[in-house]
Design a protein around this ligand. Sequence first.
Ligand SMILES: [Zn+2]
Length: 138
Amino acid sequence: MASIPPTPPPPDVPLGPQMCPHARSFADWCDTLVSAATAKNDLVSLNQAKLLLIDRYFMWRVNVPVRHQVFPRPTSVHVCIFAVFESAYRRLQDAILALGPSPLVHPPYPAPPPPPAPMYETVNGIVVGETLDKDFEP
Ligand SMILES: [Zn+2]
């Protein structure tokens, strides 16, 4: 059985001036998303941001010209939306990993609330005092 080679990390091409206009506006949106999520720095916010990023990337992708939809890797002359997506995803993933291992099971359910106190008092099994409920029957 052939082993699967590890995925090489993306090249560290700066996302600066080589960004095409589509990537630039996507990068602005990504920066806002990542900044807000990393400022909260909790697992739920970061995971929500990651899901939103993925959804938004694919929505963005179908709305740019075909040439920009299939642009695989950043180059020194063209950094496109996938590179921006990948960079934002990595920043979110790094923040998630910095919080420690993710739980593998749901947290336990909270204990149910205690039953309501009876509306009457008993002494040796005999109801004493007044009841607040007109239809009370011991
Ligand atoms: Zn592009």
